[in-house]
Design a protein around this ligand. Sequence first.
Ligand code: IPE
Ligand code: IPE
Ligand code: MG
Length: 258
Amino acid sequence: MDATPPVAAPAGSVPQHVAIIMDGNGRWATLRGRPRTVGHREGVKSVRRTVDECLRRGVKTLTIFAFSSENWRRPRAEVMVLMELFLVVLRGEVRRMNHNGVRLRVIGDRSAFSEKLQRRIVEAEQLTATNTALTLQVAANYGGRWDITQAMRRLLIETQAGHLNPAECDETTLAAFLSFPDVPDPDLFIRTGGEQRLSNFILWQSAYAELYFTDILWPDFDEAALGAALDDFAQRQRRFGHTGEQVESWVALNDRTK
Ligand code: IPE
Ligand code: IPE
Ligand code: MG
């Protein structure tokens, strides 16, 4: 094994990539005696706040779960409002995001979306493609298993065409076919809304993410709530299979050579 630490984020640092399961919109609205969809609309404000705060704090990639491949099971009316909201947000927010240097990308199986929505997504991605301040990845009709399966399917096609040797395919080969091979894996994985499960979000890429669960419902998630998650992350020691002592000695060495 190599002796050098696979340092992604030393203790005390800002995560380069934050992934969030934005959960609790429905309960937020129900608590107020309002329809669930009111919570989804309110949740858009939290997205805006979170994007701005990530920009301010120097997070380079933010991946947010907007609609899972399982969310089609919800009442039709709720699904329709969510799709409508997606369109409205794309129309209303993209200019501002572009102005702030945000590169927008939608991950997931978009073939299930209306043509209009698919067109909007492509336009937004093209408009913001060269921005570098923050990459915002919106997971829509996304599932972790879907991602691994579509990667495997494309890899099999390549091997069948003779472009890849199956005997030489390893983790790196498969990872190159996943939805976002060009950004580092998430360092911090946040779930709001009190549930402690992954709900089929970015499974492969989160293999070594630090998990953080908060009871705060997504529409209440603000700058302070994100700050608390980042502070918690900064206290963690990431070992990637090494021992705590190994990591401490590398940190000490790093401090001496600074
Ligand atoms: C998350 O909030 C948003 C989506 C899944 C689209 P929920 O709608 O799951 O809210 P709860 O969990 O029912 O409160
Ligand atoms: C996960 O939340 C999906 C999104 C936040 C978009 P859910 O609320 O759908 O998750 P489960 O079904 O409770 O696990
Ligand atoms: Mg939920």
